[in-house]
Design a protein around this ligand. Structure first.
Ligand code: ADP
Length: 218
């Protein structure tokens, strides 16, 4: 049988944002919630929603949960239900389970019972806000490891109207420019002759310390 991409269990704020974004990107998404009102509200922006208790194995089987490639458990404050749901999904043989954790201990349990990816929304958002305060020119980042990031950084004004060769960013700041974002367009692997303009964003790879220094330049 052909599998479907995503099911989201728990249509609170977190689950709803995931489901909505996936659906807007053209993906088929099934939303599941124990609360009828939540399921009804989500019908406005999802292809399918069902009312079901995810801690009930039969209920999950009857909605065809095994037909989904990836199940996201976005049950919020009820830790017991979140853990039980992940256990059932794992037992049933769901291949990819992503689960939201309220904190470290919850996350450790989810990891032990086999969740493939654990998200800590509050912790991650807190870190993101702090990083943005520390590096005001940094707009976005992807953490590659404890040491390395890819960051999208607004160019310091003194760099405007100069070529990458002139700026010699790699030698001076020990980071590498992998793309320039200009008016929403992405110029990948820019040539050294490329001139940087005011308002450009640079996508840069490097170690976190060097990136932090670069993003504090004025
Ligand atoms: P958030 O912080 O993301 O808004 P909530 O705790 O408000 O988190 O939302 C979690 C959602 O999960 C709620 O809509 C709730 O009805 C749903 N939920 C809780 N337990 C179950 C369950 N056993 N089965 C399905 N959905 C559940």
């Amino acid at each position: 049988m052909k599998t479907k991409p995503y099911a989201v269990i728990g249509l609170g704020r977190f689950g709803t944002s995931i489901a909505k974004r996936l659906f807007e990107a053209g993906q088929e998404v099934l939303g599941i919630d124990i609360d009828e009102t939540k399921a009804e509200d989500a019908e406005l922006f999802l292809s399918h929603t069902v009312v079901a208790d995810a801690t009930d194995e039969r209920a999950l089987t009857s909605v065809g949960i095994l037909n989904f490639d990836c199940v996201i458990v976005a049950i919020g404050n009820n830790m017991q239900s979140s853990i039980l749901t992940v256990m059932i999904l794992k037992d049933l043989g769901v291949k990819k389970i992503i689960a939201k954790a309220l904190g470290k201990h919850h996350g450790q349990v989810l990891d032990k019972i086999g969740a493939n990816l654990i998200i800590y929304p509050e912790r991650d958002m807190g870190e993101r806000v702090a990083n943005q305060l520390l590096s005001p020119n940094m707009l976005n980042y992807i953490e590659l490891s404890n040491e390395y990031n890819i960051e999208e950084i607004m160019i310091p004004s003194k760099m405007a109207e100069k070529s990458l060769k002139e700026l010699d960013i790699r030698a001076k700041y020990k980071v590498s420019v992998i793309a320039i974002v200009r008016d929403g367009e992405i110029l990948v692997s820019p040539s050294p002759k490329k001139i940087i303009h005011r308002g450009d964003l640079l996508v840069i790879i490097g170690n976190k310390e060097s990136l932090a220094k670069f993003s504090r330049l004025e």
